[in-house]
Design a protein around this ligand. Structure first.
Ligand SMILES: Cc1ncc(COP(=O)(O)O)c(C=O)c1O
Length: 354
């Protein structure tokens, strides 16, 4: 089948797209993974529920509108089920928002740097990503975001990859200052941030996006959810895949919400360990560590090369995250694992930098 068609079989914008590069997922056991902010804990009751649900019913399609899951989310967060949608990870919710709100060439604003997938998702939809520089100490560029006036603005809160929490007043200024949709991506809020959920009553343009990948230890099953006005949420239902959340994921999500208190205690413990690790990095190693309200810290070794340290940690089967962007390339983002994992990390680091 030869023909005159030569160049590319895909859209030009896809041809030139730089795909998002997820953190490394190593094969085999024995790794200490501090590179993708997963939880070190998963509730045994969640695993038991999933095992119990793995029956012949898997031949059937799952509930396309995840009724049980939404009923539990409504009970837990006090937002009506009609204002809740779930997705295949919060990444899917972000895609739906972009597809719903931004047409070709429309701007999508976010703090730069923040979750780098935003830019890629915008490019995939042929929208125009606009990164507004974060402040010197990772302050939210409230006026800069408002000035863009985008039909969709994405705010990572607490911020990633710095871990910085924002004042609710600043977040609300963004919501109030824009007529387009403002999505607060609260992936890490359960480790110490303040939620924008209360804005829903006052600002119909607000969407709050959550994930079960971090605070609920379910990165492997892929479950995100979002709260917003019925109008915006209805629009996301119109464009989602019919069965975007599989049966086992819905079961896992319900069981995780039932184990709320257990996760709350674990996440408090993680937050305390984060502060201890940050103190150790500052005190023992003299690193600069940004204050964090998440399950990771962004740390800058002052007299050593971050890339070299990451490489040497990897030879000891410890993964941390390094980003190539100029503002971040002298730092490492370190997830907070279990107590033994963090003790081992600090011991190995001592050998590496010593
Ligand atoms: C800020 C932020 N938002 C969203 C996500 C994606 O989460 P999910 O696993 O639910 O797709 C991540 C994952 O690292 C993240 O850091």
């Amino acid at each position: 089948m030869s023909g005159s068609r030569s160049a590319s079989l895909v859209r030009p914008s896809v041809e030139v797209l730089n795909a998002y590069v997820p953190g490394e997922q190593p094969q085999g056991d024995g790794w200490i993974k501090l590179n993708t902010n997963e939880n070190w804990f998963v509730a045994p009751s969640v695993l038991a529920s999933v095992a119990k649900a793995a029956t012949a019913y898997l031949r059937r399609y799952p509930d396309p509108v995840f009724s049980e899951l939404r009923a539990r989310l409504e009970a837990r967060y006090g937002v009506p089920a009609s204002q809740i949608i779930c997705g295949n990870g919060s990444d899917e919710i972000l895609t739906l928002l972009i597809r719903a709100c931004a047409g070709e060439g429309d701007r999508i604003a976010f703090g730069e740097p923040s979750y780098s997938l935003y830019e890629t998702l915008a490019q995939i939809q042929n929208a125009a990503p606009v990164g507004v520089p974060m402040g010197e100490a990772w302050e939210l560029p409230v006026d800069g975001l408002i000035a863009v006036g985008a039909p969709l603005t994405l705010v990572t809160t607490p911020h990633a990859p710095s871990g910085t929490p924002f004042a609710l007043a600043d977040l609300e200024r963004v919501a109030a200052g824009l007529s387009g949709v403002v999505a607060f991506d609260e992936a890490y809020v359960d480790f110490g941030g303040k939620s924008a959920l209360e804005f829903l009553d006052r600002h119909p343009n607000v969407v709050v996006v959550r994930t079960m990948s971090k605070a609920f230890g379910l990165a492997g099953v892929r479950l995100g959810y979002a709260f917003g006005s019925a109008h915006v949420i209805d629009s996301l239902y119109k464009i989602k895949d019919s069965y975007n959340v599989d049966l086992l994921t819905q079961v896992a999500g319900c069981a995780a919400l039932d184990a709320w208190d257990e996760y709350a205690a674990v996440n408090l413990e993680t937050a305390a360990r984060r502060d201890r690790v940050a103190d150790a990095l500052r005190g023992r190693f003299g690193w600069h560590v940004w204050p964090s309200a998440t399950n990771f810290v962004l740390a800058t070794p002052l007299d050593a090369d971050a890339v070299v340290i990451a490489r040497r940690l990897k030879t000891e089967r410890i993964l941390v995250r390094h980003f190539g962007q100029e503002r971040l390339n002298r730092s490492l983002r370190i997830s907070i694992g279990s107590e033994p994992e963090m003790n081992r990390f600090l011991d190995v680091l001592e050998q590496v930098v010593g």
